[in-house]
Write a protein that binds this ligand. Sequence first.
Ligand SMILES: Nc1ncnc2c1ncn2[C@@H]1O[C@H](COP(=O)(O)OP(=O)(O)OP(=O)(O)O)[C@@H](O)[C@H]1O
Ligand SMILES: [Mg+2]
Length: 462
Amino acid sequence: MARKVSALVLVADDDAAHRLMLATLLEEWGYRVREADDGLKALEFVRETPVDLLVMDMRMPRMDGIESTRLIHQHNPAIPIIVLTAYSSIPSAVEALKSGAFDYLTKPVDFDALKLVIERALEHTRLKEENSALRQQIARLHTPEIVGGGGAMKRLLEMIALVAPSDATVLITGESGTGKGLIARAIHANSPRSGKSLVEVNCAAIPETLIESELFGHEKGAFTGADRQRQGRFSQADGGTLFLDEIGELPLPLQAKLLRVLQDGEIQRVGSDASLSVDVRIVAATNRNPEQMVADGKFRQDLFYRLNVVTVEAPPLRARPEDIPALAQHFLKHFAKKNRRSVKGITPQAMDLLLKYSWPGNVRELENVMERSVILNQGDYVTVEELPLVIRKEVGGAGGECAGLEASGSEMTLEDVERQVILKSLRETAGNKSETARRLGITRRTLQLKLKKYGQADPNDS
Ligand SMILES: Nc1ncnc2c1ncn2[C@@H]1O[C@H](COP(=O)(O)OP(=O)(O)OP(=O)(O)O)[C@@H](O)[C@H]1O
Ligand SMILES: [Mg+2]
């Protein structure tokens, strides 16, 4: 048994020989065992001592199995009770189940079955405890910036609560504008490293030639222009968290170097042979599909495995429309305050459009739309008129989407129609660009160019 502290099992049976046999067996399996010779003694014992599991005979003097199961369960419903019963009295075993027993076995007891049912019961308790520990962690999770409480968001927060306390490397994936940066900050803020720095590096924003020195630092004179020694981001993040944003943009040679650093926990400044050890937790993010990049030979598989210890997926906004009202209100308030406007809310018609729109730019797009609406707004409420044309056109008058194409076709340019078809297809494929391109019979590159034209390309996707 690979249990750290073995579970404490109480065996309650009035038949001394049978009880001893069970106790010996359980000890052989690695459990700590105590014995009670009737139901009342079992109840008294459980009240005094934290027992992990009970194996109890059904028929005992003074207090039988059903009654003691009921009372023990009342005292502590978390203790699993396994009841042993003669074949002839299965109905009373069923009665015991109703009183809160975990399971029953018929006598003579099949040892393998007993072993299995005990393991299952203890595992059950462990999972329950883990679950409630997780719930407590979620309750303690401090994520003031993250708005939205729908199901997908709850699962995301659960994931953050689960991974934040550890040192595990986390890879955050998700489309552009879904909040990957926020998630990375929440992981750091809720980790034991929160007292130390969170250092962010956007791998897409640094020229290729400078990334190595940016990450690892350089010695004076390491290259032209290196007029003094410089600390890299890894060193700055020592003891804290390093957030490698847009990791998919990291050039292959640097992927190899990063992999080595992650394996060894040591860095070398550019121009130096000396190794410095660093204690850094890595959180990485990408809006690309990392598996696809590995398949295309653009991302090292070994680095992907290293980074992908835990994946956190930021769901696209169209997959969680339930969060749109709260997010829209949140941004409305924020921008009203910032621009000193007294906008009170959003009309139901405008909200309806916001709910139906596909949000290819995700939360960032919603944020921009709300800012613009606040600025354009003349009255107390944001109305349909203040929403961008793209939203009004895509959602359309009544039925919206492509169903409305013919109806509104006369007022639309060919480009509008094309745009609608592309966005609809994107929605149907949950944002999968390769699949969308395939369906529409265009190359991914063409799709990318068109999205860029609409201002909806991932800035780093090419
Ligand atoms: N759940 C949320 N609650 C409040 N604000 C959010 C939420 N999700 C995203 N945002 C806001 O939306 C904007 C985009 O988020 P963020 O920059 O984290 O996205 P991203 O996934 O990192 O995008 P990219 O891939 O383009 O870098 C930010 O201003 C962020 O504050
Ligand atoms: Mg980002």
